[in-house]
Design a protein around this ligand. Structure first.
Ligand code: NAD
Length: 428
């Protein structure tokens, strides 16, 4: 849209703000403002009807000073090079704040995956690898699933890469299916990771988690396991969750007088995160409009659906009881919402710290692939807890030491680590 800032300009602006806080040398900042390598390419695919269709593909490698680039491949009809650049940049900061030895990458193809057949999808996935295989690899760049891509697609891509290099190389893609080189615990990882950071934030805020009440936006992969973790690990209560109803094309909030039972709701939720309204009502759930989740009388809000829903308008509905916001989704809170949190002393766990459990477990997947030895779910989740707790502590420490907001502190920790790695390698 005319006049609207694009995602990459936003990523650069955020970086400029924090490089100012860090007093970063402008020459070093110039290196980090831009991706190190960018690939834009065409993928010819033979369609089922015999015709040849040419797809536009991308891969951006933002910075690999700390280790191989890491980040998903999106299949989306309105994918742009700048979106991929922005997402690759954010991956550098997310991996650095989680302190996993990886850099930032992102890829994509301009396609609506729902409009092509399974065999066309497989040829498109293999085609992406046929172009990119010399520039990706376990020591170089490790893609993963993202919007529009699935574990099965990662299986095909890993297979194509393995054939081209002549040896089984599972560590080149993560997010693979279980039994096909995937890791235990990946399904729970992001939601549980959110809860590990919530637990640490509650300790810091001296909140009793067994008396805490939370409300969540969304009931997809992240929200489901965040809700389960909030109840089962912290002993807290869930007042409400929400979801987007695919039939009605409307959002609803679900609450229960005795608190939401997330395992029950999970049993009546489809693969897209839509809760069955009739079954919920039958079980005594109350249904309200999609925004009701934000105005519940709770201590903790966990927006875990989509970006921008906690904004200058909706934030006015937040109860004065709320002490903590945990950003399960990417970018759920706008800068106006941030100003409200600062003014009202509401503690924020920023997205790229809060939801880093997913990428951390992807890293564990490639470690297990390298060893060709696989951990139990318990081992994966214990390691995840340790990494998330350490990441939270580092950001909190930076926030206290520099007297800055948690979001700025997370950026400062991340950028500082990447700059150090570049200096140690003699790049800058
Ligand atoms: P998902 O597709 O599994 O679930 C999304 C949920 O949000 C669904 O319940 C859907 O009904 C709901 N929703 C969509 N629009 C809504 C609306 N307008 N109002 C209320 N609910 C709405 O997605 P997910 O994997 O849980 O991801 C959620 C967010 O977390 C996204 O921002 C994603 O980028 C981010 N994230 C996910 C992971 C991961 O590992 N899954 C990792 C990091 C970040």
């Amino acid at each position: 849209m005319a006049g609207q800032i694009n995602a990459f300009e936003m990523a650069q602006k955020q970086f400029d703000h924090v490089s100012g806080l860090l007093n970063l040398d402008p020459q070093i900042a110039e290196v980090l403002r831009w991706p190190m390598r960018e690939y834009s390419f065409r993928i010819p695919v033979r369609m089922d009807d015999g015709s040849l269709r040419v797809f536009q593909g991308f891969r951006v490698q933002h910075n690999d000073a700390r280790g191989p680039n890491k980040g998903g491949i999106r299949f989306h009809p309105s994918e742009t090079f700048d979106t991929v650049r922005a997402l690759a940049t954010w991956m550098t900061w997310k991996c650095a704040v989680a302190d996993i030895p990886l850099g930032g990458g992102k890829g994509g193809i301009i396609v609506d995956p729902s409009t092509i057949s399974t065999s066309e999808k497989e040829r498109l996935c293999r085609g992406w690898v046929d172009v990119m295989w010399k520039n990706i690899g376990p020591r170089n760049d490790v893609p993963a699933p993202d919007v529009g891509t699935t574990p099965q697609m990662m299986g095909w891509m890993m297979d194509e890469y393995s054939k081209l290099v002549g040896e089984y190389t599972p560590g080149v893609f993560t997010g693979k299916p279980l039994g096909g080189g995937g890791s235990e615990g990946r399904t729970e990882a992001t939601g549980y990771g959110v809860i590990y950071t919530v637990r640490e934030a509650m300790k810091h805020l001296k909140m009793d988690s067994t008396k805490a009440v939370a409300s969540l936006e969304g009931f997809g992969n992240v929200s489901q396991y965040a809700a389960i973790g909030f109840v089962e690990m912290l002993g807290g209560t869930i007042a409400a969750v929400s979801c987007w109803d695919r039939d009605d094309r409307t959002a609803y909030t679900f609450s229960h007088k005795d608190g939401v039972n997330p395992r029950f709701l999970l049993s009546i939720t489809d693969q897209y995160g839509t809760i069955d309204k009739a079954k919920a009502k039958e079980a005594g759930y109350t249904l309200e409009d999609g925004e009701a989740w934000i105005s519940k009388d709770v201590d903790v809000l966990i927006p875990a659906a989509i970006e921008g829903h906690v904004n200058g308008e909706t934030v006015k509905k937040i109860s004065s009881r709320v002490k903590l916001i945990a950003e399960g989704a990417n970018g759920p809170c706008t800068p106006e919402a941030d100003e409200f949190f600062k003014a009202n002393d509401i503690f924020n766990i920023p997205d790229f710290l809060c939801n880093a459990g997913g990428v951390t477990t992807s890293y564990f997947e490639s470690v297990q692939n390298d060893m060709n030895y696989y951990w139990t779910k318990k081992e994966v989740l214990e390691r995840l807890d340790t990494k998330m707790t350490q990441a939270f502590d580092a950001v909190l420490e930076m926030s206290r030491r520099e007297g800055v907001y948690m979001r700025d502190a997370a950026y400062m920790v991340a950028i500082d680590r990447v700059v150090k790695a570049m200096q140690l390698r003699g790049w800058v």
